[in-house]
Design a binder for this molecule. Structure first.
Ligand SMILES: [Zn+2]
Length: 290
């Protein structure tokens, strides 16, 4: 079995603040350990059911050099490096292939605009007000599940902040969800220690795989907004100037002052196009591109 693990950081064990999320922060090295512990627990859970399983871990937060490589087992590989469009056009999903069997999302957070959401944003907080997939506002978890679905890869487990669970249930009611912390607000949560979350994640990953082997989970396919188009992504940006820059990228259209659009035969194609526009819209090279 070939497993892809898409990794974000805001929803990892113990993470509540930007200080833990980028290398300048004093809490970053501890944050890296928490995040890596979550990833390792999920790998160990899957491996307990299928010892010959192999893993590709897509480091998908910020600079995308967060997961500590030497904490991963020999049967895992790590996709490291920033999600510039020429590097990783699928961002957090780079590394998935059509021969991947299942995907797991680790360390995810709620979408931009979530009331009292912990570190809530959608892909690029400085840029994205709302991200629409086929006319519906989505967060990173749903967008990634749709991209993975374009590769026929089902998501069998999602882990992250408690406020993400309702968001996930709205589009994927049956997916197992493990909460790493109980969210109180934008920068606070009741955190469960690694001594609790690691066994919980390991058990959930093992159960998710066992359950998938009994009744296969279907890849996620978002409902088209119109019969004519298979995938439409609209991004509403905070400022008109950002949309002005974004539309200079190829293959995107302007919808209104603040909104750009890409279309594609599937969510992966539409995402690749829009991601180039997102990169073009930054005022200066963003941290996640270097
Ligand atoms: Zn994120």
């Amino acid at each position: 079995m070939k497993v892809f693990i898409a990794v974000d950081m805001e929803g990892a064990t113990g993470i509540v603040h930007h200080d833990q999320l980028s290398p300048e922060g004093r809490g970053y090295s501890v944050g890296q350990r928490y995040l890596t512990g979550d990833v390792r627990a999920v790998i160990d859970g899957v491996t307990s059911v299928i010892p010959e399983a192999t893993f590709v871990v897509g480091d998908g937060h910020g600079l995308m050099r967060n997961v500590i490589l030497d904490e991963l087992p020999a049967h895992a590989a790590l996709v490291v490096g920033p999600s510039r469009p020429e590097n990783k056009p699928l961002c957090q999903c780079e590394g998935v292939t059509t021969d991947t069997d299942v995907a797991i999302l680790v360390g995810f957070h709620s979408m931009a605009g979530t009331p009292r959401g912990l570190l809530a944003h959608t892909f690029v907080g400085a840029l994205v007000s709302d991200w629409y997939l086929n006319g519906k506002v989505v967060g990173e978890a749903e967008m990634d599940a749709a991209i993975l679905g374009a590769f026929d890869v089902p998501v069998v487990l999602i882990t992250g902040n408690s406020d993400l669970e309702d968001e996930v249930r709205s589009w994927f009611p049956t997916v197992p969800f493990v909460s790493t912390k109980q969210v109180l607000g934008p920068t606070a949560a009741i955190c469960y220690p690694p001594a609790f979350t690691r066994p919980a994640l390991q058990t959930a990953a093992a159960e998710a795989i066992r359950s998938h082997l009994q009744v296969a989970v279907a890849p996620y396919r978002p409902i088209p907004s119109s019969p004519a188009s298979s995938t439409v992504i609209d991004i509403v940006m905070h400022r008109r100037e950002q949309a002005d820059k974004a539309v200079k990228a190829p293959d995107v259209q302007r919808v209104d002052d603040f909104t750009i659009r890409s279309t594609g035969t599937d969510p992966a194609e539409a995402f690749r196009k829009v991601w180039r526009a997102v990169a073009a819209a930054m005022d200066e090279p963003a941290a996640w591109m270097v």
